[in-house]
Design a protein around this ligand. Structure first.
Ligand SMILES: Nc1nc2c(ncn2[C@@H]2O[C@H](COP(=O)(O)OP(=O)(O)OP(=O)(O)O)[C@@H](O)[C@H]2O)c(=O)[nH]1
Ligand SMILES: [Mg+2]
Length: 266
């Protein structure tokens, strides 16, 4: 992590939609910035050092990764599953002149970390057969939670309210909220109800649902610096001939930037 950077995390159970949401959010943030006189967005190169030779190289991991995800989504394919965790993705985001001035001008680097859901399960859930590697990622994730500026918790609303593993889901998020409270009470927590396309425009008050169905999690959440967001990352989805759900031919997200807008302030 760079000295002047702020650390933001994407957390959630496996398959909750973190990678899809993260890549669409970054893409739309870049598009918004490129249309505005005041906002500036740049993907940053990632530096790495070859341990045997000491030679430092730069690679465009962030823009390559987001480019690949967006390319897949616009061809009606889902991003590849996140298998491991090696580094964060970085971008620079400025709002000029107000944001720039108030933060002293050097504080606009944002590191985003997209961990596999299995690392979340290892840290806060009931993992079955966790690998040594996943245990390492889980520790790394917990370290980052303690120093994070913001946490975006992605909840698959369909799993949460229509799924069969409610008590497991509830216990996992309670453990996360408790850990945040104990180690980094002030951190901003955006709770994202995700995959809302699957509810086909039904008017559902998800906050009330959370309070009624996951009362203990809701009690812990209320003690944090949090906000709840309803997000439709793709706008709609289509069902293929095989009965599976695919991204639509035209992606028109709703509310996708609201969580980060609140977190960063622009
Ligand atoms: N309806 C809908 N389905 C989605 C959305 N995002 C993801 N999915 C579905 O959820 C699956 C997992 O999406 P990912 O974005 O890879 O989820 P993840 O949380 O990054 O998963 P891990 O990296 O394995 O923890 C996809 O293959 C899709 O089937 C969404 O916005 N809407
Ligand atoms: Mg992922």
């Amino acid at each position: 992590m760079k000295n002047n950077s702020k650390n933001y995390l994407f957390l959630g159970l496996p398959k909750s939609g973190k990678t899809t949401y993260f890549s669409l959010m970054a893409y739309h943030l870049q598009q918004l910035a490129n249309k505005s006189d005041q906002l500036h967005f740049l993907y940053l190169p990632t530096k790495s050092v070859d341990e045997s030779t000491g030679v430092e190289t730069e690679s465009d991991i962030t823009s390559d990764f987001i480019g690949d995800c967006i390319d897949r989504l616009t061809h009606q394919k889902w991003p590849k599953k996140t298998q491991d965790y090696s580094c964060g993705y970085s971008f620079e985001f400025h709002k000029l002149p107000k944001w720039f001035k108030s933060y002293g001008g050097n504080n606009a680097v944002i590191d985003y970390h997209d961990y596999p859901g299995e690392a979340f399960e290892e840290a806060f859930g009931e993992p079955e057969n966790a690998t040594e590697e996943m245990k390492k990622y889980a520790e790394n994730m917990k370290d980052r939670i303690r120093t994070a500026e913001g946490i975006i918790l992605i909840l698959d609303a369909n799993e949460l309210f229509n799924g069969t593993e409610n008590s497991k889901y509830g216990r996992n998020i309670v453990r996360l909220f408790r850990y945040i409270r104990e180690t980094n009470e002030e951190v901003k927590v955006s709770v994202v109800f995700n995959k809302l396309e699957l509810f086909f425009d039904e008017e559902i008050d998800f906050r009330t649902q959370l309070r009624k169905k996951y009362g203990n999690a809701y009690s812990y959440l209320r003690l944090l610096n949090y906000r709840i967001f309803d997000v439709y990352p793709l706008g709609t989805v289509t069902t293929g001939d095989d009965g599976k759900i695919y991204p639509p031919t035209k992606i028109v997200p709703r509310n996708i930037l609201e969580p980060i807008r609140w977190m960063i302030g622009f």
